[in-house]
Design a protein around this ligand. Sequence first.
Ligand code: FES
Ligand SMILES: [Fe+2]
Length: 372
Amino acid sequence: MTTPTLPADFCGNPDEAFTIPAEFYTRQDVFEVEKERVFANSWICVSHCSELAEPNSFITREVIGESIAIVRGNDQVLRAFYNVCPHRGHQLLSGSGKSKNVITCPYHAWTFKLNGQLAFARNCIEVVNFQNDKFELSPLKVEEYGGFVFINMNPNAESVESQLPGLAAQLRTACPNVEDLRLGARFVTSVNANWKAVVDNYMECYHCAPAHPGFSDSVRMDTYGHTLHGNWTLQFGHAKSSEKGYSFNDATSNRAFSGFWAWPCSMFNVPPGDDFMTALYEFPVSADVTLQYYDVYFLNTELTDAQKKLIDWYRDVFSQEDLRLVESVQKGLKSRGYRGQGRIMVDRQRSGISEHGIAHFHQLVGKVHSAS
Ligand code: FES
Ligand SMILES: [Fe+2]
């Protein structure tokens, strides 16, 4: 079977568009194409900058089967490396935290400076023609942008701004202190769904009323809108205080919901309330598994009871509602009873429940899979 392709102008007319065919969500060969063309070739958001603010701080992330280590050197420079030892390939770092001044491989104890240079290989004096400088860690591109950290496996990639022009400025308008936020909670979930099904779900609020009673009760749908900006989009809605969703009082400065999607699969939410954000990082594992990091950020580190309650709501209610939806869709896409494509419900007014965000995303995915 040859790998399927899509016309270069797929979803070119959003008003009459259908979704990407189901096999693009389920076939491993399609996923392999996306690994190369999308994930090894795009800026991928991996964390908020606060996790890597201190010298020697590091995180690791698993992206398309690659373990990546991002490390702040004792010289303050942020670097990203493939998390693999040049000797025989063992993984170097795991988890996150503060590194010593050298990284020691757990296998044969080669040590590396935080700039990636080999510091010492045991017994190397006795080894003929051992060249220290041939064994530095393999770097990849890393950039801090808009308060977040992005990596790119393409060594020739241009800046994050060139991939997502204007996003950082717009994000800062929605959340002026985005860079001062700190991680309040993180839910890591292995989601049984293709990464595109997770993005699709984010790209429309057609499902908000039936599937998110709390969210719908606190965000006004009559003025909700979704604007498209090339590789990123913005969903914006005015908020009303609700017992079931977001609650706030007269002193609350932010009374709106802003939800940013950034190519390929990062989402940044500035919900109603003060000094608070959530971010969703999707790390594709295979055609039908996606590792999701769901982060909640606040300005303060000692959380109030109200903030703890909000975290509980995100963990037990809001995020679960979406996880159940996308996993059900992934199963349905494989059904012999599913007709293979769904009608994208774009309305003339581009209203709050219009699915034009999906048509836009599928247009971008279409270009990835175009034969020409
Ligand atoms: S594999 Fe790392 S020191 Fe041997
Ligand atoms: Fe949702």
